[in-house]
Design a protein around this ligand. Structure first.
Ligand code: GLC
Length: 566
């Protein structure tokens, strides 16, 4: 036990308590093998009965997370925010959104989780802030040429009347990246840059205030016992200050707003701060980067500890593709001696059960559409196999809430209830990301399925499908063949088996469309991505399988974990 468990009544005291909360120092390399569970807090569990998830809801389910077998929780942004982008528009980095709770409760949660051996990782959003943040409001009020505007990218417009955007960069959410301001006298004013929505103005990372502020924010949360930070949009922070157009085929380091070499100075400074704390505090980067070598630069020993490997998630359910992804990602990580991460989904992408049930099972934001034919039974089968496959690969593992229940993407949310700016900015063509953010089903046979406390009359902030009655935690705990039972068994084996987590693998030659590898210490993983049942290598014990063997053969779209003699 790292700390004593605190109760609600202790929350206020905890705020002023000077005793530092220190994650266990026993395993300084915990992050190399960790199983990290992503909590999208609005949708995890509602403790106060208003239809929105909150800290009280998480605290009430910490035992569930401990039983599931996770080492750490990563919370998507929990700060005050107008929620123009689900909380990635932060208006105060040192507080908790009132709908989720308060700082005292967050501190209690961090301590309670630590007492169960679970670390807390929070989301840091450095590229942009909310347009409601005091800095941006001050910048608007202070007007052109003011020091307040220097913290952002304000520019006069081009053209005779200044009514043309300063450049034509395209938003990561489609559409323009510039919005024009209005002067106090009502005349059209300067423009400001936002790589995402207009409610998320980009910060100017050449400004010392911006760097200092984020370094202080890191310390603020490390002082409160968080074991790490997930760094949002980590490759975007630095811009070419001349703001040129994006060249057609930019060479590495030449893109004016992505992966600029100077960004690494930021993370070196952050690493030094993390390293000055006890208990191995870690930096985890959200780095979408097709160039594996450029990606690995973020993981040099004096920068981030790990970054999300999105390559595997983007690949279709195909043995050659997945093997190529595993090989190239392990090769990219090797020179910097960083462990890979394995990520099947998150709050931005299509749920695996749905994605793997489609003819095109790859993932790309640009190709998300409504009404794609989906075989959910096939998708679930493959998602089970993928769960065991990724849990057996070398490195750390991310699990997005609800994937352990096999929740499908919800694709029939009434349009007037959709919230995601990706949907709106695509002109309604992209379904957006709400479908993977629907509140979890915990128990019972009707909505809200235990998401809100008994007796609560509030409806969940996004509607849950009636068909989720058979996907609740309660019902899946009773079913030894459920997705939840599979995950619990897999994570339990992964935690106790010395061959799993960090390390290396050796491929075992096998039939076409089969992935088989040896992790050493007698652990072998076999995934059959072919259309027919295949024979397994000689084994002494079947540790776990995503579907039952048939006459000793591994059925299509299945994974088996084997104990072998070596
Ligand atoms: C990251 C987040 C995503 C958010 C975006 C802008 O990609 O995962 O949810 O919309 O950054 O902050």
């Amino acid at each position: 036990m790292d700390t004593a468990v605190l109760t609600d009544n202790d929350a206020q005291r905890a705020v002023s308590d000077t005793t530092p909360v220190v994650p266990s120092t026993a395993d300084p390399l915990w992050w190399r093998s960790a199983i990290i569970y992503q909590i999208y807090i609005r949708s995890f569990a509602d403790g106060n009965g208003d239809g929105t998830g909150d800290l009280a809801g998480v605290r009430a389910h910490l035992a569930y997370l401990a039983d599931l077998g996770v080492d750490a929780l990563w919370f998507t942004p929990w700060y005050p925010s107008p929620l123009a982008d689900g909380g990635y528009d932060v208006s105060d980095y040192r507080a908790i959104h009132p709908a989720f709770g308060d700082l005292g409760q967050a501190e209690v949660l961090i301590r309670e989780a630590l007492a169960l051996g679970i670390r807390t990782i929070i989301d840091i959003v450095p590229n942009h802030i909310s347009d409601q943040h005091e800095w941006f409001q001050a910048a608007l009020a202070a007007g052109p040429g003011s020091p307040e505007r220097e913290r952002f990218w304000f520019r006069p417009g081009l053209g005779d009347n200044g009514d043309e955007m300063p450049n034509h960069w395209v938003s990561n959410f489609q559409g323009d990246t510039w919005t024009r301001t209005t002067n106090p006298d009502g005349t059209p004013g300067e423009w400001y840059l936002h790589l995402f929505t207009p409610e998320q103005p980009d910060l100017n990372w050449n400004h010392p205030d911006v760097r200092r502020e984020h370094e202080e924010v890191l310390r603020f949360w490390f002082d409160r016992g968080v074991a790490g930070v997930r760094i949002d949009s980590a490759a975007l922070l630095i811009k070419d200050p001349t703001l040129p157009e994006v060249p057609e085929n930019p060479l590495p380091g030449e893109h004016p707003n992505t992966d600029r070499d100077e960004v690494h100075d930021v993370y070196r400074a952050w690493r030094a701060i993390a390293d000055s704390y006890q208990g191995a505090r870690v930096l985890v980067g959200e780095v979408w980067m097709p160039d594996a070598a450029r990606f690995a630069n973020y993981l040099r020993p004096d920068e981030m500890h790990t970054a999300f490997n999105f390559d595997f998630m983007a690949r279709p359910w195909n043995a050659a593709e997945l093997r190529e992804s595993v090989d190239s990602m392990l090769a990219a990580h090797a020179p910097v001696d960083a462990p890979s991460t394995w990520v099947l989904s998150n709050h931005d992408v299509t749920r695996p059960v749905t994605r793997y049930g489609r003819e095109d099972s790859s993932f790309a934001f640009a190709t998300k559409r409504f009404n794609v034919p989906t075989d959910l039974e096939l998708g679930e089968r493959r998602a089970r196999a993928a769960a065991l496959l990724t849990a057996a690969l070398p490195g750390s593992l991310y699990l997005y809430q609800g994937d352990e229940l096999g929740l499908p993407e919800v694709e029939d949310i009434p349009r007037d209830l959709l919230q995601d700016p990706m949907h709106f900015r695509s002109g309604g063509v992209d379904p957006g990301r709400d479908g993977c953010r629907v509140p979890l089903p915990w128990s019972g046979s009707t909505t809200p399925f235990g998401f809100s406390p008994a007796g609560s009359t509030a409806t969940p902030w996004l509607p849950q499908p009636a068909s989720w009655a058979h996907l609740t935690v309660e019902s899946q705990l009773l079913d030894p063949h459920s997705m939840l039972s599979l995950y619990r068994a897999a994570l339990s084996i992964r935690r106790s088996h010395p061959a799993l987590g960090d390390g290396s693998l050796t491929w075992i030659e096998s039939e076409p469309n089969v992935l088989a590898f040896d992790r050493g210490m007698g652990f072998v993983c076999v995934t059959n991505l072919s259309d027919s049942a295949v024979a397994l290598p000689t084994f002494t014990k079947l540790l776990l399988a995503s579907s039952p063997l048939a006459d000793g053969l591994l059925l299509p779209d299945s994974t088996a974990w084997l104990r072998t003699q070596h």
